[in-house]
Design a protein around this ligand. Structure first.
Ligand SMILES: [Fe+2]
Length: 456
């Protein structure tokens, strides 16, 4: 194996007639040739043998029952769903065989939508690689470090880091320190980008300088190598006689990258009230509708919470987006119990959710007004999507699904006191509410700024 870089190949044209070192030039495009320049993503790879040199693809018979992009067969349910940690098998299972699709929407073939997978792995991939023709994969390790051999070089990632491998890039996953588990967000359209910062300004959230791409790494090795190809959710394999990690040099802007989530700079309220969770967006894959994401990757990192007169945990809500959450480590601020590292939850659009009973009662206590640091050892994340996912039958029938999840809210009791008055106001205050009484605005407020007090 070698890690040698040749002199820069910037002199000759990208597709030179005869490349330096006798290499083959090969372009990998991540978009249509004709997209606007700002959206253009492509790289040139200079390799010992081209990637086309392989035997025909044949369908691969594993693990089709758990890895899918066919969501027409998925289950429709508005219920709040939660899974206990996904079990890591005892037998040797590599990254690809350990992929388990939880939910998804749209179509890999029609290029819309996404899929959410969990992976568990106990073995490194040996003389095999995966190329995903369906979309980009954002991999979120939860347990165990991974070493990704890619056509572009080597990326090592550990829990609290993420890696993005774009559509079509061949990669192999080795385990760095034992059994591994994590989450994958796959998008069937577009690519992940950094969110706009708007009034936040030039700094804050994820900084471009912290995203790392590999340098070229190659091996010139003859072997029986298996190239796996995921195409419309199905796996195919082709044999070739050499390692595909034979790219001696590359240039371009279509390349895998990693990001250390501890480099994320959270922005939050410093006086009162609770920003929406989009304030913690690390990466976004935008749809064709401005401001609407196919999928956002959002984290809930350790941070100070200081807002006063504010219910600090995530508020109770219903919304048009769908929220798949996972926990990398620690204890999530809205759930004191049951949401565990390696597990997951799914709240579908317009299904109500929010903090559990224990969290609510703690958050409304007087002590909760003090500045506090939210879990130095906690890191939760959310895949937030605009298209409504269906849950795979395998995920809904999984032995680790928490069928008692709804009970975490059952204990939320009424605190309504119709005799309540603002603090410091005694009998001189307005009369307490009576049945059928309320306060209505004198005139219609402007759209989007309504305030109302219910009559009952
Ligand atoms: Fe939510």
């Amino acid at each position: 194996m070698c890690r040698e870089l040749p002199p820069p190949l910037g002199g000759p044209p990208p597709c030179c007639q005869v490349c330096p070192y006798g290499l083959y030039a090969e372009q990998l495009s991540g978009c249509a040739f004709t997209v606007p320049r700002k959206a253009q993503q492509r790289s040139w790879l200079y390799r010992i043998r081209p990637s086309v040199t392989h035997e025909p693809f044949h369908p691969l018979n594993f693990p089709a029952e758990t890895l899918t992009a066919d969501f027409a067969q998925g289950v429709v349910t508005p219920n709040q769903l939660r899974w206990r940690p996904f079990a890591i098998p005892n037998e040797p299972v590599d990254f690809v065989r350990g992929l388990f699709t939880v939910c998804g929407a749209g179509s890999a073939g029609a290029k819309n939508g996404f899929a959410v997978h969990v992976y568990t792995a106990t073995a490194s991939m040996e003389d095999s690689c995966l190329a995903n023709a369906d979309g980009d994969m954002l991999i979120v390790p939860q347990q165990g470090g991974l070493r990704l051999l890619t056509e572009f070089g080597v990326l090592e990632v550990a829990p609290r880091e993420v890696v993005v491998v774009q559509r079509g890039i061949r990669f192999s996953v080795e385990l760095l320190d034992g059994p591994a588990r994590g989450y994958v967000l796959e998008i069937f359209q577009g690519h992940f980008t950094l969110p706009d910062l708007g009034p936040i300004g030039a700094n804050g959230l994820a900084s471009p300088r912290d995203f790392m791409t590999p340098v070229a790494w190659f091996e010139e090795r003859e072997c029986h190598f298996t190239v796996m190809h995921k195409f419309e959710g199905q796996l195919f394999s082709a044999a070739q006689t050499f390692s595909p990690f034979n790219v001696v040099a590359w240039h371009g802007n279509y390349a895998p990258y990693k990001y250390d989530l501890t480099r994320f700079c959270p922005v939050n309220a410093v006086s009162f009230d609770h920003p929406d969770p989009c304030i913690f967006t690390v990466l976004t894959a935008q749809s064709d509708t401005p401001g609407v994401a196919v999928a956002d990757f959002v984290i809930f990192p350790p941070r100070w919470t200081v807002a006063q007169h504010t219910f600090r945990p995530p508020y109770y809500h219903r919304n048009t987006m769908n929220e798949f959450m996972g926990l990398i480590t620690g204890m999530y601020e809205a759930k004191r119990d049951g949401f565990l590292p390696g597990g997951a939850s799914l709240h579908l659009c317009m299904t109500p959710h929010g903090p559990d009973t224990t969290t609510y009662e703690a958050a409304v206590s007087s002590e909760a007004e003090q500045p506090a640091h939210l879990g130095r050892d906690t890191l939760a994340f959310m895949f937030e999507t605009s298209m409504t996912p269906r849950v795979t039958p395998a995920a809904l029938g999984a032995t680790n699904i928490d069928r008692d999840y709804y009970k975490c809210w059952v204990g939320l009791k009424s605190h309504f006191d119709r005799n309540w008055r603002p603090e410091g106001q005694g009998d001189n205050a307005d009369a307490p509410l009576q049945n059928g009484e309320g306060v209505a605005p004198a005139s219609a407020p402007p759209a989007g700024a309504a305030n109302g007090v219910a009559a009952r």
